[in-house]
Design a protein around this ligand. Structure first.
Ligand SMILES: *Cc1c(COP(=O)(O)O)cnc(C)c1O
Length: 239
């Protein structure tokens, strides 16, 4: 069994190869290690090897791990909130200070972030999450509603719209989600003409990140291929 950092490097290498296949510069793609449900010690091991971008999907878990990094290590990771965000958790996240919220999917949530960040006098970079597969079980706005939300978010002074995010449908053959990634890219291209800061495309997970990179992802969020399968039976981690 290769070590944690070896697995991270293997994913990086596959990203670089996918980028090259598509004629892209591998440096355009950022790998976010999705560490949800995994213990602090594993994150620390990666941080010690130079990996400092982590994705979490629960505010409490993110906050707890960030606090341990602050108190027990010399590392300052950048944190990515990738999960569905409840409005009553926004303040904790704003106070913690995180690199990017990937999962803005309603104006009410955006306004809550605006309120919290105005109070702290800071600007929060965000992505709009699009439910690209139109799945009942998933969060995110519909593709056709994304431009209106982008306009509203861009008008909020303490938010900076940096791009779009999606979780593609889980399918056996990742080729099937290529059209989803293409549609995301087309939407990003359209929005970035109006909103120049809207440049990022957060898409691709363990099962489909190479296709996402071929189709223009600038951030991929990979968990299991780095950390191994998640065990939800031990804690209260849903999702
Ligand atoms: C868990 C999760 C990931 C990573 O999933 P893997 O399949 O383990 O790579 C990526 N994005 C989101 C939003 C997630 O919740």
């Amino acid at each position: 069994m290769p070590g944690l950092y070896e697995r991270y490097q293997a994913v990086s290498e596959r990203i670089a190869q996918a980028a090259q296949r598509a004629g892209r510069d591998p440096g355009e793609v950022r790998l976010i290690a999705v560490s949800k449900t995994k213990p602090y010690e594993m994150l620390y091991e990666l941080a010690a090897a130079g990996v400092l971008a982590f994705g979490e999907n629960k505010v409490q878990e993110l906050d707890g791990k960030a606090e341990r990094f602050e108190k027990e290590s010399g590392f300052v990771p950048e944190w990515h909130m990738i999960g569905h965000l409840q409005r009553n958790k926004v303040r904790v996240l704003a106070e913690r200070g995180i690199r990017l919220i990937h999962s803005v999917d309603s104006l009410r949530l955006a306004e809550e972030i605006e309120k919290a960040c105005a109070r702290l006098d800071k600007i929060q970079p965000v992505l709009i999450e699009v439910n690209i597969g139109q799945e009942e079980s998933k969060s995110g706005v519909r593709l056709e509603d994304a431009p209106a939300l982008a306009a509203s978010v861009s008008a909020l002074p303490h938010l900076r719209l940096e791009g779009l995010m999606c979780v593609a449908p889980a399918v056996d053959d990742p080729e099937l989600v290529r059209p989803c990634f293409r549609a995301m890219r087309a939407l990003r291209d359209e929005l970035s003409e109006k909103y120049p800061s809207c440049r990022e495309l957060s898409m691709g997970m363990t099962g489909d990140f190479e296709i996402a990179v071929e189709e223009g992802a600038t951030m991929v969020r990979v968990g299991s291929a780095i950390f191994g399968a998640r065990d939800y039976s031990l804690g209260d981690h849903a999702g």
